[in-house]
Design a protein around this ligand. Structure first.
Ligand code: DSN
Length: 397
């Protein structure tokens, strides 16, 4: 590179990434091919609109890229193009969620979702997010006793509030979601069922986590977590009409993404999405997804054996929460102690946390990135020993 300052920083970051044990549940390492597509000449091109309907000339190759990404997205999740549509233009998960709400729920009306403090996401209606300011959110959480989703309570709230949409999905809920039960609740109250599978999309693709597609109307996913692709998002929607209106869900979503919310799509990003979707369709990726979950289960179990309380008692996915405060170490302190020893995690609230989100009671641990590096169960046992030693030697009793 001619820009030596940035070149130096890229090399330093590469070295940092290679020199740590990365247990951030939402991160991963992409292939050279994904990086090449991201750094390709597609970054030079403007292509507002959709394939065949662009506002600029010179898009004949761009159209092929976007169509290929769409085809691969439907194929990866076994969806027929007669029943499902897909939009690959969202810049990332937050604008994708915003576009879905803008498309399908009139501003000011009710949406139900999991609260951030219980494991949801900022864009599931947190008050500091635009989503929380524009719609009236009814939040649900987990049962205090089991720390699992309480479907009886969700149904009770839904019947009472009659939301226009129910959003399922998490950033810090370790267990499987019963999509069938939530679908039933949506049908009972006339709500659209949307799933934000950003965290577990790669596991669904690899057959290591239940698929939301048989039950949901709309499914959003980012592509950079367990799916192992570029920072971006895609939205799947059923080709059905919105309630009694004559509008099709997918048309409303396409219009909300562009021109409603975004300008020109990032075609280099879409090319990289296409690459990761092809990689995720291989038998090697299936093996990977299963290993991610196996690793998370082993790591959680080993920490549990050493006396650390794991929220809900374990995990069915790529992530879990450790209640470090139960042994006198706050989440922030635990994160810092581990980082000093090159183990990267993030502090996280645990359900019914009594501490502040800036220094909560727990940490979140995920195994997608270390599994991409080839780690297996035996490595998880070693990591658990290391975490235990670091935290105990700094006062964890
Ligand atoms: N920030 C991501 C996570 O860590 O889960 C979600 O957007």
């Amino acid at each position: 590179m001619k820009d030596k300052e940035i070149e130096r920083l890229i090399k330093l970051e590469e070295k940092r990434q290679n020199g740590v044990i990365n247990l951030i549940a939402s991160e991963n390492y992409v292939s050279r091919d994904v990086l090449m597509a991201l750094g390709s000449v597609f970054t030079n091109k403007y292509s507002e609109g959709y394939p065949g309907k662009r506002y600029y000339g010179g898009n004949e190759i761009v159209d092929k890229v976007e169509n290929l990404a769409k085809e691969r997205a439907l194929k990866l999740f076994g969806l027929s193009k007669n029943k499902w549509s897909v939009n690959v233009q969202p810049y990332s998960g937050s604008p994708a969620n915003l576009a879905i709400y803008l498309a399908l729920v009139p501003i000011g009306q009710k949406i139900m979702g999991m609260s951030l403090s219980m494991g949801g996401h900022l864009t599931h209606g947190h008050k500091v997010s635009a989503t929380g300011k524009l719609w009236k959110w009814i939040h649900f959480g987990v049962s205090k006793k089991t720390e699992l989703l309480d479907y009886y309570e969700i149904r009770r709230i839904a019947r009472c509030e009659k939301p226009k949409m129910i959003v399922a999905g998490f950033t810090a809920y370790p267990r499987v979601i019963d999509f069938k039960k939530l679908r039933k609740i949506c049908d009972e109250v006339g709500a659209i069922f949307m799933v934000d599978m950003s965290h577990f999309a790669g596991l669904v693709a690899g057959g290591a986590y239940p698929s939301p597609f048989p039950h949901a109307d709309v499914v959003m996913t980012t592509t950079h977590k367990t799916l192992c692709g570029p920072r971006a998002a895609i939205i799947f929607s059923r080709k059905i009409k919105l309630h009694a209106s004559s509008f099709m869900l997918h048309d409303l979503i396409d219009r909300a993404v562009f021109p409603g919310l975004q300008g020109g799509p990032h075609i280099n990003q879409i090319a990289a999405i296409a690459v990761c979707l092809k990689e995720a369709a291989t038998p090697a990726f299936k093996k990977y997804a299963k290993q991610v979950v196996k690793n998370a289960k082993v790591l959680a179990k080993e920490l549990q054996k050493k006396g650390w309380r794991i929220v809900s008692g374990g995990t069915d996915s790529h992530l879990f929460l450790v209640d470090t405060w139960a042994r006198g170490i706050s989440g922030k302190t635990a994160q810092e102690l581990l980082e000093a020893e090159k183990i990267i995690v993030n502090k996280n609230t645990i359900p019914f946390d009594t501490r502040s989100p800036f220094d909560p009671s727990g940490i979140r641990i995920g195994t997608a990135a270390v599994t991409t590096q080839g780690m297996k169960e035996k490595d998880m046992i070693k990591i658990a020993q290391k975490i235990d030693k670091i935290l105990k030697s700094h006062g964890g009793h």
